[in-house]
Design a protein around this ligand. Structure first.
Ligand code: HPA
Length: 243
C-alpha cells in the first residue's frame, strides 16, 4: 500500500514516538505490563483496536513495546507498519510456544534461529519458492551470550510457525520434530520474512508454555514468572545490541 503514511491504519503514533528497538508481545496487556514494570518515563502511543504500544526507558535506553495480536496476518500488519513507516530497526518478539522436542522443558526459552511454517503466505509471496525465514545472527549471538550471563535455560534452533493453535496433527509435529524443530508457535516466520524485506533485524524468543509431546502445561503463575524472565532477557539483549 504505497499510499500509507504516518499515522498508519493500525498505529496512531506520531513520527519519532517509537524507539529504534521494539519488543513484540502478542498480548497488548503484556505491553502495558512491561511498560509499567520495566520502563521509566513510559507513555502510550497507541490504543487503536486496544493494541497498546508504549515507549519508555530501560536503563537509559529508549525502547518501545507493541502488542501484535496472534498469528501471521496480525503480526505482519504491525511489524510492517513499525519497520516501513516508523523506521524501527530491531524487532524482538517475546512470545510463548509449545515444545515438540523431548529435551526441551516447560519454562525454557527458545531462541528461534529460523522458522518453518504451515502458512501459505510466503509461498504465495515468493512465487512458490520455499523461503527460509531466518533470525538476525547478531541478535541470536547476543541472545545466547545474555541468556548464559543471566542463567536462563535456553535452546537455539528452528521453530514451526503454525496457522492453527488447535491442531491435532501430531504426525506433522513429530515429523518436523525429527528434523530438529524445537517448538510450535504462530508468528515467527512472518516477523523474520518482513524484517528481511524491510532491512531490519529481528529475533523471536518464546517461553515453552506447554509441551505437545509430554502433554504438560504451565500454570498461569508459572506463565507469569516465565514471561517476566524472558522480558528481562529481551531488554538485556536490547542493551547489548544497541548501536
Ligand atoms: N501451538 C501454537 N502456538 C503456541 C502453542 C502451541 O501449542 N503454545 C504456545 N503458543
Amino acid at each position: 500500500m504505497s499510499t500509507v503514511s504516518i499515522p498508519t491504519p493500525h498505529l496512531a503514533a506520531a513520527a519519532g514516538d517509537i524507539a529504534d528497538i521494539v519488543l513484540l508481545p502478542g498480548d497488548p496487556l503484556r505491553a502495558q505490563f512491561i511498560a509499567e514494570t520495566f520502563l521509566t518515563e513510559s507513555h502510550c502511543y497507541n490504543t487503536v483496536r486496544s493494541m497498546y504500544g508504549y515507549t519508555g526507558l530501560y536503563n537509559g535506553l529508549r525502547v518501545s513495546v507493541q502488542g501484535t495480536g496472534m498469528g501471521m496476518p496480525s503480526m505482519s500488519i504491525y511489524v510492517t507498519e513499525l519497520l516501513r513507516f516508523y523506521g524501527v530497526k530491531t524487532a524482538v518478539r517475546i512470545g510463548s510456544c509449545g515444545a515438540i522436542n523431548a529435551d526441551v522443558q516447560l519454562g525454557d526459552v527458545i531462541i528461534a534461529a529460523s522458522a518453518h511454517t504451515t502458512s501459505n503466505m510466503n509461498r504465495r509471496y515468493f512465487h512458490g519458492i520455499d523461503y527460509a525465514p531466518t533470525a538476525s545472527f547478531s541478535l541470536v549471538r547476543a541472545a545466547v551470550e545474555t541468556a548464559e550471563r543471566l542463567g536462563t535455560k535456553h535452546h537455539v534452533g528452528p521453530v514451526l510457525t503454525s496457522d492453527a493453535f488447535y491442531d491435532d496433527d501430531v504426525e506433522t509435529f513429530q515429523l518436523v520434530g525429527k528434523h530438529g524443530t524445537l517448538a510450535v508457535e504462530m508468528e515467527c516466520a512472518a516477523l523474520y520474512t518482513i524484517a528481511a524485506r524491510e532491512g531490519a533485524r529481528a529475533l523471536c524468543l518464546a517461553t515453552v508454555s506447554d509441551h505437545l509431546i509430554h502433554e504438560e502445561f504451565m500454570t498461569s503463575e508459572e506463565r507469569q514468572t516465565g514471561f517476566y524472565d524472558m522480558v528481562k532477557l529481551a531488554l538485556e539483549i536490547a542493551m547489548a545490541t544497541a548501536s
